[in-house]
Unconditional design. Structure first.
Ligand SMILES: *Cc1c(COP(=O)(O)O)cnc(C)c1O
Length: 416
């Protein structure tokens, strides 16, 4: 994917990146592994887990987005992974941001991003956070209830509003959001009228088909429903709506092309006669998932017959909380088994049925079972790819294992 050398410069100079070492990787796929091997070799006394963030992949994904959906402005959903280098890189590439709280808004503003590049896309906000948004000039938010309109009228009456609607099809999502958010069809007219009566500016519609969607058809239904809201608003005499926010739900795999086609077709069908329309989206997983790789150290081992049980120094209360909250399926592979196979990636070795436990004293803290892994020794490393979405962001410090303390190395694989 050809990013311009220019955007490399921008990313390397981005806030959150600037001043931190960034290692260039060569093109062949083994180099991330080599980077991690040299990292553990150079820091042999350090056995703490670490992340590697590949800024080259961030750039490729951004380019992929702009090529596939040029008419849709991305607002990266900060909750997915707020690592400052990722936020800074995305900001430098031109992304906008979806924030859900005061702290997320602060994090984005501290990068030098202007407040008009933020959508405060939490339909139910604390009053103090609304006041803060008003004070810093974040002037676009979402709502799905009268009570939210009351708060906004009191604390931020000039804010532009997107009516969040509930898509009727959750797209087979791993994490459906419909049970919690989104106005029902019969609530739409009353909410628009309530906003009108309160002299608030409804400027558009938003939805989220659910995170980790597998069925792109859901975008059709949701975009069609959004169009109905535009029509209802016009019938009620509201100023013309002009923002369509299609939310998140995208994954950075071949499914993305299917989803992008579905979005484009649905926009063509339902919104081709809406001049002046701004279309925005709030991708989280799409930008964050594949760009982070996690390396963990084997800190314990037990042998029971042919079963091998390992303890590693990150787990379900840390980065792997995604197994519980994000219904994620994760995979791991051994990295340069330091014990006896200096350079190998442990390929071609006999494998054993293995269990991988996290470090806390809770049996729930089980990362993987039924894995075929070669025999590992204490101090070997297990690597988990695709660990950027809803991982470290939601980890705790339970039992004294502090997810927030995990170190991040920055690399860029050259996408040219
Ligand atoms: C979580 C969330 C997102 C990001 O969703 P992904 O599935 O990660 O793309 C976007 N918008 C809102 C309102 C969210 O709550």
């Amino acid at each position: 994917m050809g990013s311009t050398p220019n955007s490399f410069g921008l990313v390397l100079d981005a806030p959150g990146v600037r001043g931190r070492p960034v290692t260039a990787l060569t093109k062949d796929g083994s180099s991330l592994t080599e980077f991690m091997q040299s990292t553990i070799f150079n820091r042999q006394e350090l056995k703490e887990p670490f992340y590697v963030l590949d800024l080259g992949v961030v750039m490729s994904l951004y380019e992929k987005w702009t090529q596939s959906l040029p008419m849709v402005k991305p607002f990266y959903a900060v909750k997915c992974n707020p690592e400052p280098a990722l936020l800074g890189a995305l900001a430098s590439l031109g992304s906008n941001f979806d924030c859900a709280s005061q702290a997320e808004i602060e994090a984005v503003l501290s990068l030098g991003v202007s407040p008009d590049r933020i959508v405060y896309a939490n339909p139910c906000k604390a009053e103090s956070h609304i006041k803060y948004a008003a004070s810093v000039g974040v002037n676009l938010t979402t709502f799905d209830s009268r009570e939210e309109l009351d708060k906004i009228r009191n604390w931020h009456p000039k804010c532009d509003l997107l009516l969040r609607i509930k898509p009727l099809d959750d797209g087979g999502a791993r994490c459906p959001l419909g049970p919690k958010y989104g106005a029902l069809p019969e609530e739409i007219a009353p909410l628009l009228q309530a906003a009108q009566a309160a002299q608030l500016n409804v400027t558009g519609v938003s939805f989220h088909i659910g995170s980790g969607a597998t069925n792109s058809r859901a975008y059709h239904g949701a975009i069609s429903a959004a169009k109905t809201v535009f029509d209802t608003a016009a019938e009620l005499g509201l100023p013309k709506l002009h923002i369509l926010n299609i939310g998140g739900g995208f994954t950075a795999d071949p499914q993305f092309d299917v989803a992008a086609s579905a979005v484009k077709a649905a926009i063509q069908t339902h919104f081709s006669n809406e001049p002046g329309l701004t279309i925005i989206s709030e991708p989280g997983r799409f930008f964050a998932e594949s760009v982070f790789t996690l390396a963990t150290n084997v800190i314990g081992k037990r042998v029971r017959g042919d079963l091998r049980e390992y303890w590693i120094n990150d787990g379900v209360y840390g980065s792997m909380n995604c197994i519980l909250y994000d219904h994620a399926t994760i995979t791991c592979m051994p990295l340069a088994c330091t014990s006896n196979r200096a350079n190998a990636i442990c390929k071609g070795l006999r494998t054993h049925n293995s269990t991988v436990f996290g470090p806390t004293c809770d049996a729930l803290d089980t990362v993987l079972t039924g894995q075929q892994l070669p025999e590992l020794q204490l101090s070997d490393w297990l690597v988990f790819p695709n660990m950027g979405a809803y991982t470290a962001a939601a980890g705790s410090s339970f039992n004294g294992f502090n997810t927030a303390a995990i170190f991040y190395h920055l690399v860029y694989s050259n996408p040219n």
